[in-house]
Design a protein around this ligand. Structure first.
Ligand SMILES: [Zn+2]
Length: 142
């Protein structure tokens, strides 16, 4: 048995099972293939199976695997960013907003810093025209 993703002329997609590929052609020619939604007999094989809203477990699993892989890549990128920042900036911890202001207003030496700031603090810094960039900060998990 082979399974085909089928589609009617109104773009309803459904699946059909056939003993072989010739059986599909035979049944189609005989008018035995009918769209379960609109009963159209203008059926063809879907060249590309629509991904949206399909409840196909293997496909969902595939998608989950891809999402996990992307997440893994994302974490790797975030770790690289973290390593870069750590080795190129001075950690000022919770003094970050204060230090960022001092640098901005020339009260201390110009340098790269990183540290902690709440969303409110980041907003205040932005309002003062101080450029700060929130960076995703993954936990070290290995
Ligand atoms: Zn249809």
């Amino acid at each position: 048995m082979i399974r085909y993703d089928l589609i009617c002329d109104k773009e309803h997609s459904f699946e059909g099972w056939f003993s072989d590929s010739a059986a599909f052609d035979t049944q189609l020619a005989a008018g035995e293939l009918v769209c379960p939604v609109c009963e159209s007999k203008k059926i063809s094989k879907a060249l590309m199976a629509p991904q949206v809203g399909r409840k196909n477990n293997s496909r969902n699993a595939q998608r989950a695997a891809m999402a996990a892989e992307n997440q893994g890549k994302m974490r790797a990128v975030m770790r690289a960013v973290r390593d870069y920042v750590e080795s190129n900036s001075e950690h000022v911890g919770e003094r970050f907003p204060e230090e960022a202001r001092k640098i901005h207003y020339g009260e201390t030496e110009q340098r790269n810093i990183y540290g902690d700031a709440s969303l409110d603090e980041v907003r205040e810094l932005h309002e003062e025209g101080i450029e700060v960039a929130p960076i995703p900060w993954p936990d070290r998990d290995n």
